[in-house]
Design a protein around this ligand. Structure first.
Ligand code: ARG
Length: 582
């Protein structure tokens, strides 16, 4: 079902095509202010300029040509030549009726289900998963859900850091202090592993012979030595188990394809860059000199592809991954979700890939950057004792606080609930709050992590939206009605302004989803759901539902039902389940 905006644009384009040269693609846009109506068309002004006529005369011509009287009230020309469009109520009602029977709530699937790869989460083995990875996980999952819902074939890839010098250090160190960990499963947890990694790194930095032993260990591992491979497997397994705990809590599905996967393809990348003449030797290393990147002295910056000791870099693996994803996976679009600090890395990799002919069309790849998560003191998020926050602890605390809030509320309302209910609600609300706090920010900005803010029942928060949904369910429960059953095949009427506002908001979902698909900004969907909930609450304050006279009653129940379904769908695209009661 085309959205209202699409329908209007189609009508305008049909009527005006051929009349004037070079019309802009968006002839109709949402009204800048409610007092101008619902939509507006502002093209008379630029057209007038290029044609040397008066904008008003052009606007009058447009109004006379375009056929929209089944959709809009008579078009109005305002000011110098703006055309204002106001939707007809019976049109709104008909659109809503169509929405009512559409399981996709107006969001049409794409015509061609192109394959999209989303590279997200991607923590590093033997290191703690940090808040940056949490952001990547939450944002990447949301984008995957939105694109999947639109019908794309999405491959969710976890590009874990499971290869490289850290394993040489770890294996060498563990051989000294804890050899069992290299041959036996389950003797370490990730906390131990991280501690060992830190100690190994210290040794590496200050002890020459340790450094040399570590290098040899890497060479051995890369050469496929069975004992090294087994040790490496064990270390990965241990980290994986911990990551899985987080993914389980957050309900994240991911296919792991770590850096090691691309290891066999790295020599081929070097050869390919050499073949196309991009490779230069610089101080023993093989590199590509970048265009548009220079060091402090203004010299062109090299991207190191192979180090002088023969080892490869993060960028080399990303080149191999990009080639594999384009050629073998046949991805049409590849999205990388990492912190903004990696913007240069991706720009450089994309540039080299393009110049080497690996990436024919640079619009196929996108780095989706995000800002930092800060503590309430405005500095990097830390525990009270100054350590990095473990994600598991962070999520547990959110759930714990959600439980506390709920228990307080139950006490105030003198409500009795079972421990199972309390546990379930706290779990959903706590995790939802963390996810929503992240997604509702424009991802490119930094944000301050605040349990109090994200758990508040008021404002642009998960609890507010979940509550709006639960409230609608309680209206049905109290009235002992099933919205869905009673509102099938009814005709809607929308006499009150607040119900008209709500109706218009309900009809915007498909526009919003398309915008998220284009901009990859989940906060647009959050803003929409927040606005919808507010409009629902205004409607519900002004319009009786179950006590309204019969024809209005079913129409209003249908509005309730559609709002609940839109909230449920929208939240599910954010990775948040709803609660029937809370
Ligand atoms: N492991 C990296 C990190 O922790 C993120 C990997 C992102 N994906 C990629 N293809 N480089 O920073």
């Amino acid at each position: 079902m085309p959205s209202i905006l699409e329908q209007l644009n189609q009508r305008f384009a049909q009527a005006l095509a051929g009349q004037w040269p070079a019309l802009p693609p968006a002839l109709v846009v949402p009204a800048s202010q409610a007092k101008f109506g619902d939509f507006q068309c502002n093209i008379a002004l630029p057209l007038a300029k290029s044609l040397g006529q008066s904008p008003r005369a052009i606007a009058e011509q447009i109004v006379a040509t375009v056929q929209v009287d089944d959709i809009c009230e008579p078009l109005e020309i305002a000011g110098p030549g703006f055309i204002n469009l106001r939707l007809k109520l019976d049109y709104l009602a008909r659109q809503l009726q169509a929405l009512q029977t559409d399981s996709h709530l107006g969001v049409t699937p794409v015509a061609i289900p192109a394959r999209v790869i989303i590279d997200f989460s991607s923590p590093n083995i033997a290191k703690e998963m940090h808040v940056g990875h949490l952001r990547s996980t939450i944002i990447g999952d949301c984008l995957a859900r939105v694109l999947e819902f639109r019908g794309y074939e999405v491959l969710r890839l976890n590009h874990v850091g499971d290869w490289g010098t850290q394993f040489g250090m770890l294996i060498t160190y563990l051989k000294e202090v804890y050899p069992d960990a290299l041959i036996q499963a389950d003797v370490l947890d990730l906390g131990d592993l991280v501690a060992f990694y830190k100690q190994a790194k210290l040794r590496f930095d200050e002890d020459e012979s340790f450094k040399e032993a570590s290098r040899q260990a890497v060479v051995k591992l890369q050469g496929g030595d069975p004992d090294s491979l087994q040790a490496w497997q064990l270390l990965c397994e241990q980290s994986r188990r911990e990551f899985q705990v987080i993914y389980q809590l957050l309900d994240i599905r991911l296919t792991e394809r770590g850096e090691s996967f691309y290891n066999p393809f790295l020599p081929g990348i070097v050869a390919e860059l050499d073949r196309v003449g991009l490779l230069t030797e610089d101080a023993g290393a093989q590199c590509v000199f970048l265009e548009g990147f220079s060091n402090k002295e203004g010299q062109p910056l090299p991207l190191i592809i192979q180090k002088s000791d023969g080892g490869y870099n993060y960028a080399t693996t990303d080149l191999a991954a990009l080639k594999y994803r384009l050629e073998t996976d046949q991805a049409q679009r590849i999205i990388y979700v990492t912190d903004a600090g990696q913007a240069n890395h991706f720009a450089q990799v994309f540039q080299v890939a393009q110049r080497a002919g690996i990436l024919p069309d640079p619009s196929q790849v996108e780095h989706v950057p995000f800002g930092l998560v800060k503590g309430e003191d405005g500095k990097k998020l830390k525990t009270r004792s100054g350590e990095t926050v473990r994600l598991k602890d962070l999520l547990d605390e959110a759930v714990q606080r959600a439980r506390q809030d709920l228990e307080n509320r139950l006490m105030q309302e003198e409500r009795q609930e079972t421990p199972e209910f309390i546990q379930q609600v706290a779990q959903v609300v706590g995790i939802a709050a963390v996810k929503y706090a992240d997604l509702s920010q424009n991802r490119t900005s930094d944000y301050v992590f605040s349990y109090d803010k994200m758990l508040a029942l008021q404002g642009n928060t998960a609890p507010y939206l979940l509550y709006a949904y639960a409230r609608i369910q309680s209206i049905a429960r109290e009235g002992k009605v099933s919205f869905q059953q009673e509102t099938e095949a009814i005709s809607m009427s929308l006499p009150e302004p607040t119900e008209q506002q709500l109706a218009k908001a309900l009809l915007q979902l498909s526009e919003v989803i398309q915008e998220v698909e284009k901009t990859l900004l989940p906060n647009r969907l959050c803003d929409y759901l927040y606005d919808l909930s507010k409009k629902f609450n205004q409607f519900y304050e002004n319009c009786p539902v179950l006590k309204a006279e019969e024809s209005l009653r079913v129409s209003r129940m249908a509005l309730c039902d559609l709002t609940a379904r839109t909230l449920k769908l929208g939240l599910s695209l954010l990775g948040i389940p709803v609660l029937e009661r809370m």
